[in-house]
Every structure is written in structure tokens, then in C-alpha cells.
Design a protein around this ligand. Sequence first.
Ligand code: SAH
Length: 187
Amino acid sequence: MLERAMHFSHTLLKEVITTGDTVIDATVGNGGDTILLATLVGSTGQVLGFDVQETALTTTKQKLLLTGLGQQVQLFHQGHETVASVLPANKDIAAAIFNLGYLPKSDKSIITQADTTLKAIQDILPNLRKGGLLLIVVYYGHEGGQSEKDAVLDYCQTIPQEEYTVLQYGFINQRNQPPFLLAIEKK
Ligand code: SAH
């Protein structure tokens, strides 16, 4: 009954996103989130997806082709720290999602990093619409993950509560550092 962090992130995305919305997949990876986002925004919406690895984008493009959801998705082979350069000027963002860490079954040395993750978060937050959500699934069990986790948590604790609500969701009695979710809601 208690959903795992990634599952709960999907539950929240389904709550907040409606047809025609503009949303961001900050870490495309194998495309699981991209597919969900593309389904939720529909053919009139827009998904902006980022990844630094070509192989992730190739896998995801294939999934989009097979599901017929490609029309509403734009994939960028560039880091999410460049998100400000591609944000549409006149549209608020309904939701953005990050899955931190490395691409499963791939090079474990290519991981998201504190400085670029924080830059992307800070560039997206002001563009969220009222009630919009920025979600971060924090995987941190890998080498290099702990410092990114600390930096992201530290930053999230400083976000002014007059403007945003910040939730931390995760299990606290499990071995092996299970991922947890940070959800930032624009008031
Ligand atoms: N740990 C998660 C998956 C994370 S995938 C799980 O186990 O399910 C993280 C993705 O972020 C990878 O595909 C990686 O290539 C990508 N990535 C790393 N740095 C990035 C950056 N600066 N901008 C966008 N994507 C990045």
C-alpha cells in the first residue's frame, strides 16, 4: 500500500498534469518517466527531455516511436543545467521530474552532479505554474551520490515556505539506501 518513491512520483505527476501542459523530464534515462509524461500531456502538450547520454535518448526515442507518443516530446542531448535556454517564454511549467544517479545497466561513472542538478532546479522553480510540482527522486547509494544528496537536501531546506511547499517522502527503516522523493510545490 505504501508506494515506493518512484511510484509515488508517478502518482503525483498523474494528479498535477493535464492535457496540453508543458512539462520537463530532466533526466530521460530509459524513458519511463518520458512515456508517462507524454501520455499525460497528450498530443496538444509538450514534454522537454534532457540527457547527456546518446544511448539513453536512443532507447527513449524507440519507445516513443512504438507507443506513438513522439509528437509531443522534444529530446535534448544536453545537460539539464541548460534548461533555461530551451524553456518556452510564454508557457508555465506544470511539472518537472529528476531521477538522480546513473543510468541503470550502463556506465556507473556518468552520474548527475550536485552543481548541475541545483542549477537546473533553480532555473525551473520560477517557471512552475501555481500548484505546479518539481519532483526529485534521490538515488544516492552509488559512489558520488551522498554529496549530491546532501547538497540537494540542504538547498531544499532553504526554499522559502511563503512561495513553495517542500515534502520529503521515503522509507526510514530499510537497508541499502533506498531512493527517496523530494516534492516541491509552487504555492
Ligand atoms: N538512478 C535511477 C536512474 C537515474 S538515470 C534509477 O536507478 O532508476 C539518470 C540519467 O541522468 C542518466 O541517463 C544520465 O545520463 C543522466 N544525466 C546525468 N547528468 C545529467 C545532466 N547534467 N543533465 C541531464 N541528464 C543527466
